[in-house]
Design a protein around this ligand. Structure first.
Ligand code: SF4
Ligand code: SF4
Ligand code: F3S
Length: 361
């Protein structure tokens, strides 16, 4: 590339890196299909992205464990998802960037000045507010001051992980640092929550792509994209037929567990947890907690650390009336309904992948 990297379009950047149009189209089509967007949207996304310059992204890490960034950077593995790092210009990330100290702060300030009104902030971690916010500082500024200052010129904020979406572990009782989620501090900009401890890489990538091409996606009452958080894990779980038959494992090593029976009585929070784990799954679609033999902990829900024992069955009293009606209706549904929905979804994904291949050829 002869021109400076920042002045070229994403298309020119990809061409210079030897990334084929076909791979990029496949990337966009798979993401569009994961979000259940209408056929052809992947092509529109690909064309729009190729024509635009790489958007500036400032990644801020506060009270967090780096698990969320670890999840996102897993997409550095040679998979189609790694393309997200070619689509965005990650101008500041104090965990990944080579610069430190004044140079790092300069990078953040430059990105803000050069992209005022257009850059996206990705935040992981909660923001401490007790005792003047002294529990998390960088370059002599509190996390709250850095967030407020950086948000001023941002187009939107993406809160990645349950810590930044709802406070997460740092906010668990007794919340010694006065931890708050991003949405309680920034109230004058769109804040998109992508909860999960950590969230699935494809969910982060898909949400970013949606924002860059189609704007803020539809969000539920907890600020999560409905495309990924619109269904309870329970509604897509492959163990659901056993739930419907009343076949529950009583311990993690009994015959029921070995036969793949439902983990409800071992504390699975799938019925009250909204996330894409049972469909998108983890590590390139290999598995998800329930498939690996452990119940869902409810990690994408607000206050999940304070909701009672991870290994206690959900007390019926905690179900809302709507949830009780939904569960009762589901329990009465035809046997195998859960697995039928799942296989329909998998078929749809396979068709989308095949279509992506054809569109690209
Ligand atoms: Fe770590 Fe979980 Fe918080 Fe992400 S949401 S920073 S994985 S504790
Ligand atoms: Fe799956 Fe858990 Fe629901 Fe059982 S309770 S069907 S293991 S989500
Ligand atoms: Fe979290 Fe439950 Fe998925 S614990 S990773 S939402 S299966």
């Amino acid at each position: 590339m002869n021109r400076p990297e920042k002045s070229v379009t994403i298309g020119e950047y990809l061409d210079a890196k030897g990334i084929s149009r076909r791979s990029f189209l496949k990337f966009c089509t798979i993401n569009a299909s994961l979000m259940a967007l209408p056929p052809g949207t992947g092509q529109v996304m690909a064309a729009q992205l190729r024509a635009m310059k790489r958007p500036s992204v400032i990644y801020l890490s506060f009270q967090e464990c780096t698990g969320c960034l670890e999840s996102l950077s897993r997409s550095f593995s040679p998979s189609v998802e790694s393309l997200i790092f070619d689509v965005i210009s990650l101008d500041y990330d104090d965990t990944l960037m080579a610069a430190a100290g004044h140079q790092a702060e300069q990078a953040r300030e430059n990105a803000m000045r050069e992209n005022w009104g257009k850059y996206v902030i990705v935040v992981d971690g909660s923001v401490p507010t007790a005792n003047g916010g002294v529990y998390c500082t960088a370059a002599g500024k509190t996390a709250e001051a850095i967030l407020t200052e950086t948000a001023e010129g941002a187009a939107a904020i993406v809160a990645v992980g349950t810590c930044s979406s709802y406070g997460g572990l740092p906010k668990a009782s007794p919340n010694p640092t006065g931890a708050l989620p991003v949405s309680k501090i920034i109230t004058d900009k769109p804040v998109i929550n992508i909860p999960g401890c950590p969230p699935i890489a494809e969910v982060i990538t898909g949400t970013l792509l949606h924002f860059l091409t189609l704007g803020v996606p539809d969000l539920d009452a907890h600020g999560r994209p409905t495309a990924f958080y619109g269904n309870a894990i329970h509604d897509r779980c492959y163990r659901r037929p056993f739930y419907d038959q009343g076949k529950f494992a009583k311990s993690f090593d009994d015959a029921g567990a070995r036969s793949g029976w439902c983990l409800y009585e071992l504390g699975c929070k799938g019925p009250l947890t909204y996330n894409a784990c049972a469909t998108v799954k983890w590590n390139d679609g290999i598995s998800f907690p329930i498939e690996s033999g452990h119940g869902c902990l409810g990690c994408s829900e607000p206050d999940f650390w304070d909701k009672g024992g991870f290994y206690q069955p959900i007390p019926e009293a905690t179900f809302t009336d709507t949830e009780k009606i939904a569960l009762a209706a589901a329990a009465g549904a035809a046997l195998g309904a859960g697995s039928a929905v799942l296989s329909r979804w998998r078929r749809k994904k396979k068709l989308a992948e095949a279509a992506a291949g054809e569109e690209a050829s």
